[in-house]
Design a protein around this ligand. Structure first.
Ligand SMILES: Nc1ncnc2c1ncn2[C@@H]1O[C@H](COP(=O)(O)OP(=O)(O)OP(=O)(O)O)[C@@H](O)[C@H]1O
Ligand SMILES: [Mg+2]
Length: 236
């Protein structure tokens, strides 16, 4: 299978602050990877480094074989990388429909129907401003808007944070359908370990900016002591 994203021996951080050490990973088309780890270990920084939003001081990040070092975040998005940040960056004063239009990247307006198909809740709220949405609806809007740009790889930073179990399920099912039907690859950063391991076939654990585990999710699920040691939670 074709390698979409390759991260090789990457050191990254913010200016003089060094966060990631020698991080390696590879994502193939349609593959799903869970990124786990305690608070502050560098999970968000890893996604930011991939998007060109953190400073990479060593190693190489490439997209379909091309070094992205000189690419702006916008160029990365245009090339097929979609990023849903931990902060759910929707436009609060715009309606749901207007927020979706902002994600179209020049595609025709009618394409926003794809978002309503994926999340029927957004159709019911289409005229509401971003401020009038619940946390779960904001998260759906943030994911849906990114998806309208037709990414080949979606980077999701704790999409389930603060959501009720039923909404988590709805969101994960929508993402699962998308991964299956359209072969969108995904990197899922998540504190909800069990949901993340069920969703992604591969998992990676970060500890203080270093990858301390990489392998099949199923293996981690059957070794709760590894999760306990590095993440501090069991898979159940
Ligand atoms: N803009 C920044 N400038 C300097 N240091 C930062 C910046 N953003 C984050 N950090 C630091 O980098 C480290 C890793 O942060 P990061 O946000 O990547 O962790 P995380 O694993 O995503 O944590 P969480 O689970 O709490 O979201 C932390 O020590 C944090 O304080
Ligand atoms: Mg984070």
């Amino acid at each position: 299978m074709a390698v979409l994203l390759s991260v090789k021996a990457v050191d990254a951080g913010y200016g003089p602050v060094h966060i990631l050490n020698q991080v390696q990973l590879e994502i193939q088309a349609g593959q799903r990877l869970a990124v786990l780890g305690r608070n502050g270990v560098g999970k968000t920084t890893l996604l930011k480094a991939i998007m060109g939003l953190a400073d990479v001081s060593g190693g190489q990040i490439s997209w379909q074989g091309q070094d992205m070092a000189r690419w702006s975040p916008r160029e990365r998005a245009m090339a097929g990388l979609g990023y849903v940040p931990q902060t759910r960056d929707i436009f609060p004063s715009l309606s749901v429909a207007e927020n979706l239009v902002a994600g179209l990247k020049g595609r025709p307006r009618r394409c926003i129907d794809e978002a309503y198909e994926l999340f029927p809740r957004l159709w019911q709220r289409r005229d509401n401003p971003g401020t009038a949405l619940s946390g779960g609806e904001q998260q759906m809007l943030s994911v849906a808007r990114t998806l309208l740009g037709q990414p080949r790889l979606l980077l999701l930073d704790e999409p389930l944070e603060g959501l009720a179990p039923i909404i988590c399920q709805e969101l994960m099912q929508a993402l699962g359908r998308l991964a299956r039907d359209q072969s969108v690859a995904m990197v899922l950063v998540e504190q909800k370990t069990d949901a993340a391991l069920r969703f992604a076939e591969q998992a990676l654990i970060l500890e203080r900016g270093t990858v301390v585990y990489e392998g099949q999710s199923a293996r981690l699920q059957s070794h709760p002591e590894v999760l306990q040691k590095h993440v501090g939670l069991s898979a159940h």
